[in-house]
Design a protein around this ligand. Structure first.
Ligand SMILES: Cc1ncc(COP(=O)(O)O)c(C=O)c1O
Length: 420
């Protein structure tokens, strides 16, 4: 049997120390190859149980008195995310709002903390919401937005590229830990050190990294970070996002929305805003408690499985995808956008093909393989280590090969759905 035959891949599953976690997810169709955990993770059975118990035993029976123990949930659940997935000590994370809102809040705070510095650096491949929010904030704060462009196509910002733009006028550098399209993983420690040496603050968007990359925010002296919980965090569509503010910055930064959850004596309901100390000073409003239970269930699984084990499986899974691409798909006109070095990617790989949009639609409609499609011409495929098996990846790639080799994908129209 050649390397990466079905039997070899079955053996990878047999020796996978995380294999039993797949049974902890709701899987309604065993034939489906779900390779889109980088977009929306599967539903954990624990979540069904915890949310049901919350509805019946908490909201249903406690009614408003529940707030006596729900009131600090954003901090408690934030600490769980920090411990399970961010390498962050407690008292630096809130589980709240959306990634976009948190990004706006922290970028605004960082820009106002550095009023005399006039430049903000990001990159052209950063996630659209980040770029759009930066455009708006830079106009508002009279700053110049510089977007680094990696012409090589991996969308990987090197230290040399950053050095070309960074100087004493830089207020803020903000990048994604893992690029949403190419899957390239930035060197968080190195780029953070470099920005600090120039006196700039750094904000990382870790949406595509949290729950799959072994992040070490405290060790790497990260200033600020935001991210979601619905990708490798498996916490459900629209589940609460999180924000991280390093302890050393909590006193000096001020977010623009001064909501009542940031008021020092919240229930005194007094006149005038007096900001609470610590992370509470960064919270706007009531957290979604049902959302908190989803995050709690899913991140407790990550904490038990441990991030080093999860990241090791992601590296093996993406490596398998790269090899299957080279053996089966490259001859059919595909090319790989994601870096080949496993230390330089997260949990997904991205393949380009001139007919990618039509192929991605056909994968869903004809052969029960779920990827997602991103402009231009990119199909993203992920190993979400707790839920995805190596056999699922193998079968998925086998079906893509058959679909494209036989030309069956031409039978479908490219995606008609607005969401790709
Ligand atoms: C890197 C990144 N940042 C931000 C967002 C936006 O998240 P939200 O809609 O929760 O604000 C996403 C969504 O997928 C993302 O991938």
């Amino acid at each position: 049997m050649s390397r990466d035959g079905a039997a070899d891949v079955a053996r990878l599953d047999a020796i996978d120390p995380l294999r039993h976690w797949r049974d902890e997810f709701v899987i309604t169709d065993p034939e489906l190859c779900y390779l889109d955990g980088n977009s929306l993770g599967r539903l954990p059975k624990r979540t069904v149980d915890l949310v049901h118990r919350y509805l019946v035993e908490e909201w249903g029976s406690e009614l408003v008195t529940g707030w006596s123990h729900w009131i600090d949930e954003a901090q408690r659940v934030g600490d769980l995310i920090g411990k399970a997935a961010l390498g962050a000590a407690s008292g630096q994370i809130l589980a709240v709002d959306t990634t976009s809102v948190n990004f706006f809040q922290l970028c605004d705070a960082a820009m106002r903390a550095n009023p005399t510095r006039k430049v903000v650096i990001s990159d052209t491949a950063n996630f659209p919401t980040d770029r759009y929010i930066l455009e708006g904030l830079c106009a508002q704060h009279n700053k110049r937005l510089v977007l680094i462009d990696d012409e090589a196509g991996e969308e990987y910002v090197t230290s040399e590229m950053l050095a070309r733009e960074l100087n004493a006028d830089t207020a803020l550098v903000t990048l994604s830990v893992v690029q949403y399209r190419s899957g390239a993983l930035h060197d968080v420690a190195q780029l953070t050190r470099q920005a600090h040496a120039a006196g700039a603050l750094v904000l990382w968007d870790a949406s595509h990294a949290v729950g799959v990359v072994d992040l070490q925010f405290d060790r790497d002296e990260v200033d600020l970070a935001v991210g979601c919980t619905y990708k490798y965090g498996n916490s459900g569509p629209g589940s609460p996002a999180w924000l991280y503010v390093n302890k050393r910055l909590q006193d000096s930064l001020r977010v623009p929305i001064q909501g009542w959850f940031a008021q020092r004596d919240q229930f005194a309901m007094g006149q005038g805003f007096e900001r609470a100390e610590g992370m509470r000073g960064f919270q706007i409003a009531s957290p979604s408690i049902i959302g908190m239970r989803c995050v709690e269930a899913a991140f407790s699984m990550i904490a038990e499985a441990t991030l080093p084990a999860i990241a090791a499986k992601a590296a093996l899974g993406t490596d398998l995808m790269v090899r299957l691409h080279d053996a089966w798909l490259a001859p059919l006109g595909f090319s790989l956008t994601t870096p080949r070095d496993p230390m330089r990617r997260g949990g997904h790989v991205t393949l380009r093909h001139p007919h990618a949009k039509q192929i991605a639609t056909a994968m869903r409609e004809i052969v029960k393989v779920i990827p997602d499609y991103r402009e231009p011409s990119s199909i993203r495929l992920a190993m979400s280590p707790l839920a995805t098996s190596f056999t699922e990846v193998y079968r998925g790639f086998e079906r893509i090969r058959t679909l494209v080799e036989g030309g069956d994908y031409r039978r479908v129209q490219a995606a008609t759905s607005r969401v790709t």
